[in-house]
Design a protein around this ligand. Structure first.
Ligand code: ADP
Ligand code: MG
Length: 325
């Protein structure tokens, strides 16, 4: 079946005063039609840079981006085509919504730009989209500052859905919201997944958030993928020491062993030789400084980029939940 997104050896190297910063350094991944892929990794590992390449806000330094089989050129000409295939929602809805546009104008704009419908048809479509994201018609003429954070995020979701894209990229979209509102927005997304059959690339630093939402989980570290595969397999049988640290930091997965990450993410301008994670890895041995581990199977339904994937013990299973007497 055709993929909604295929990244082939994607690279984004930013020239900086201190040297070349390899924000994304050879990432290949795909998102199937209607599939949800969770992209996880700590701040600075290159998630947003990757996302920006997919929507055309950043030009890749190397590699290919294919959207629904269509190979993007990165030229200006493909902007309109791309907007109909992929849309992105950002962390801060206040910053991504135009403060001078009402809810109606915001959601209607992509329809206008793409010459879809007449005025009456567009209003009907705007109301339908608002209903889909749980916004009542009384919010039609409100400006962003007259809405709550959760409502603003719903407006940006409605705007992103207006052109009926095949793929929706959500970049840390609940990080700035209160916990109770987070749950509501995540529920809305789950609902849209089942109703619309859109593919999602769901980006977050918080593994707990993507666990339930994702069909597959991709874990990034320092511009590269370190572990990826079916969500349940990655969650229950994490083998990469970095993924294990992420999993074991989540309260309901803590089971005696808590692996803490020591130190900070190394600079992507001067990354460690060999395995990028070795400077923080409790299992590192000399070969890790000499040879970069490739993503490969380790007797699991998913892939791991670690020389010792087959030897590293899995995390202990979480203690069974106490049963009511
Ligand atoms: P994430 O979204 O995972 O936090 P980013 O993609 O935002 O990561 O950033 C990855 C790395 O690229 C970081 O080291 C960041 O400082 C750097 N970076 C991001 N954008 C630029 C840019 N325009 N110029 C130079 N460096 C950048
Ligand atoms: Mg980011």
């Amino acid at each position: 079946m055709q993929k909604a997104l295929e990244l082939d050896d994607l690279r984004v190297h930013y020239p900086t005063g201190g040297g070349l910063l390899k924000a994304v350094d050879g990432v290949s991944l795909s998102v199937g039609t209607g599939e949800t892929v969770g992209l996880v990794g700590e701040s600075g590992c290159g998630k947003s840079t990757l996302a920006r390449c997919v929507v055309g806000l950043n030009a890749p330094t190397g590699g290919a981006v294919r959207l629904a089989g269509w190979e993007t050129s990165g030229g200006r000409g493909d902007r309109l085509t791309r907007a109909r295939v992929v849309q992105m929602i950002f962390q801060d809805p206040m910053g991504s919504l135009n403060p001078r546009l009402t809810t109606r104008q915001t959601i209607e704009l992509p329809l206008k730009v793409h010459g879809i419908g007449n005025r009456a048809e567009r209003l009907e479509k705007v109301l339908e989209l608002m209903k889909q994201v749980g916004l009542g018609p009384h919010l039609l003429d409100r400006y962003p500052h007259e809405l709550s954070g959760g409502q603003r995020q719903r407006v940006s979701i409605a705007r992103a859905l207006a052109l009926e894209p095949a793929l929706l990229i959500c970049d840390e979209i609940v990080s700035a919201l209160d916990v109770s509102v987070q749950a509501q927005v995540l529920n809305l997304l789950t609902d849209l997944q089942t109703r619309l059959g859109i593919a999602f690339l769901f980006i977050t630093h918080d593994l707990a958030v993507v666990r339930y939402l994702s069909d597959r989980i991709v874990v990034m570290y320092l511009g590269r993928i370190v572990e990826e595969g079916p969500a349940e397999s990655v969650w229950n049988h994490a083998r990469h020491p970095y993924t294990q640290a992420l999993v074991s930091s989540i309260p309901d997965r803590m089971a005696g062993t808590r692996l803490r990450l020591s130190g900070d993410l190394p600079s992507p301008i001067d990354p460690p030789s060999g395995c990028g994670f070795r400077t923080r890895c409790p299992h590192a041995r000399p070969i890790c400084a000499e040879q970069r581990p490739e993503l490969r199977g380790a007797g699991l339904p998913h892939l791991v980029a670690c020389h010792f994937a087959a030897e590293i013990p899995e995390l202990a299973a979480p203690a069974p939940a106490a049963t009511a007497p």
